[in-house]
Design a protein around this ligand. Structure first.
Ligand SMILES: C[C@](O)(CO)[C@H](O)COP(=O)(O)OP(=O)(O)OC[C@H]1O[C@@H](n2ccc(N)nc2=O)[C@H](O)[C@@H]1O
Ligand SMILES: Nc1ncnc2c1ncn2[C@@H]1O[C@H](COP(=O)(O)OP(=O)(O)OP(=O)(O)O)[C@@H](O)[C@H]1O
Length: 284
């Protein structure tokens, strides 16, 4: 295996193709059933191994102190768990909207754990990395696991699935939605029964959608605008909404007619996380 000292890796977006809330746990978190798929679009993170024992972020996110950046938190958590004397310099380019429901922060954290596990020669298993990751966010384990999956628990119990890969137009209606606020809203439905093996034969829905549409009318407008292309849905707790297309050209054509006040991107879904595919290529 190559002894790398630098590594550049994608932190891909995810979509929740359906998201059901089955109950509330005593710690305030929610029991979920959700279908995760990855997109070949995301942030890009650059890692350099150092021998000075320090984690340094070379890029900043406006309004977010480094100590609260999930990239920094993930690197520190891995350092604490393993006592390595290596350090890292990390820079990145953000493409994913923050608070967009596409898992940008969680994916950054997972890519950091995967990359530093390799650069610091730690050889932790994916399960060990996911155990560290889940403390940073409920969405981190699926990015560590790296396969499209149905998730239960708070999102960390994963059952791999094979989905038809397709094209998506993802639209961000320029509103930032706090996941915590939606999960704590008294009007959130919390009693959807588990689908279990029936997930393929029912219409996919998101239990947060009605509430988010009420609280953020721009999300409702986005879902309605997308309807002309097919059934539109929201991912996570919003704000991004998506619709699938058979071809890249059709998705691109829809993107060009997007209202100016929104942003969007076209991406292909993948069963294997692009971070895992890239890492495999770079380590061989
Ligand atoms: C909505 C999803 O994106 C669906 O994939 C995830 O469930 C959220 O994942 P995340 O952003 O990594 O979430 P975290 O950072 O762990 O949690 C943010 C907040 O969401 C709420 N939360 C999250 C996950 C969960 N299963 N139940 C919850 O109630 C909690 O109030 C928590 O304080
Ligand atoms: N590297 C990071 N990138 C983006 N947000 C970060 C990062 N580190 C910390 N955060 C914080 O996390 C919050 C949520 O960001 P994130 O992009 O993960 O939301 P999200 O897409 O709604 O996630 P999810 O789908 O997991 O709920 C941001 O508002 C920001 O304060």
């Amino acid at each position: 295996m190559a002894d790398l000292t630098t590594l550049s890796l994608i932190a891909p977006a995810k979509l929740n193709l359906f998201l059901h809330i089955n109950g509330r746990l005593t710690n305030g978190y929610h029991e979920l059933e959700t279908l995760f798929v990855f997109l070949d679009y995301g942030d890009r993170l650059h890692f350099k191994r150092t021998s000075d024992n320090a984690i340094t972020l070379k890029t900043q996110i406006d309004g977010l102190p480094d100590q609260e950046n999930l990239i920094f938190k993930a690197a520190n958590a891995l350092k604490l768990a393993t006592n390595t004397s290596f350090g890292a310099e990390i820079s990145f380019e953000k493409h994913l909207p923050s608070g967009g429901g596409v898992g940008g922060g969680s994916s950054d954290a997972a890519t950091t754990l995967l990359a530093l596990n390799a650069l610091w020669q730690l050889d932790l298993s994916l399960q060990e990395l996911a155990d560290i990751g889940v403390q940073l966010g409920a969405d981190v384990p699926v990015f560590i696991n790296g396969h499209a999956a149905i998730a239960h628990g708070i999102g960390e119990q994963l059952e791999a699935v094979e989905l038809a890969e397709t094209w998506y137009l993802v639209v961000h209606p320029n509103v930032h939605i706090s996941t915590g606020l939606i999960f704590n809203d008294p009007d959130l439905p919390r009693n959807t029964p588990k689908l279990s093996s029936h997930w393929q034969s029912v219409q996919h829905t998101n239990d947060c959608e009605e509430l988010v549409k009420k609280r953020y009318p721009e999300v409702e407008k986005t879902l309605n605008w997308l309807l002309k292309y097919g059934p539109s849905r929201m991912t996570g707790t919003g704000a991004c909404c998506f619709v699938s297309f058979e071809t890249q050209q059709a998705a691109q054509a829809a993107l060009t007619s997007l209202p100016d006040s929104w942003q969007g991107f076209v991406a292909r879904s993948t069963n294997i996380s692009p971070a895992h595919s890239e890492l495999r290529t770079k380590l061989n």
